[in-house]
Design a protein around this ligand. Sequence first.
Ligand code: GRF
Length: 189
Amino acid sequence: MKNMRAAVFASGTGSNFESIMNDTERAVDVVLLVCDRSDAPVLEKAEKFGVEASVFHPKTFASKATYEQLVLDKLREMNVAWIFLAGYMRIIGETLLKNYEGRIINIHPSLLPQFPGKDAIGQAYRAGVRTTGVTVHYVDEGVDTGDVIAQREVPVLPDDTEDTLAERIQQTEHQLYPAVIRQLLEQPE
Ligand code: GRF
């Protein structure tokens, strides 16, 4: 059977986009990057992998629904079945949720429900927890509230700075996200 087609939504560096591209190719065809910033480094990565990128500027639209309708049109045009959020700094609205129910997943750098929202690594570091981690979860209308698919713990070491902790969390993300995608989508041989 042919692979499912997917889009990655990302606004930033794109290290998770890269790990998805490198480690899921037998499970899924990533055919589109949706990005909301024209200066995001992830755009160069998409070019390197030959993935089409659509850059939309949500603030130039009258409403979230109008913006998402345009994104939805593009996703349909490209036959996209799954959406992987990877550092996409926006809340997904009703238009996309309704049309991709159960087919939008996200990666978050904490053990949800702990430390949802922005700066999850900093939140955990400042709280002084001894263990934090990474969560891959389905996306619902809340902020990092959807059903958890998989989690992996990352210890906070006594000599960690926020940066060294962030580095280990990112390494864990780069293993966990592709592994979950493979598990969800890989077709039997
Ligand atoms: C990751 O830490 C991810 O968990 C969060 O945003 C960050 C994106 O990093 N949602 P990158 O752009 O993939 O390097």
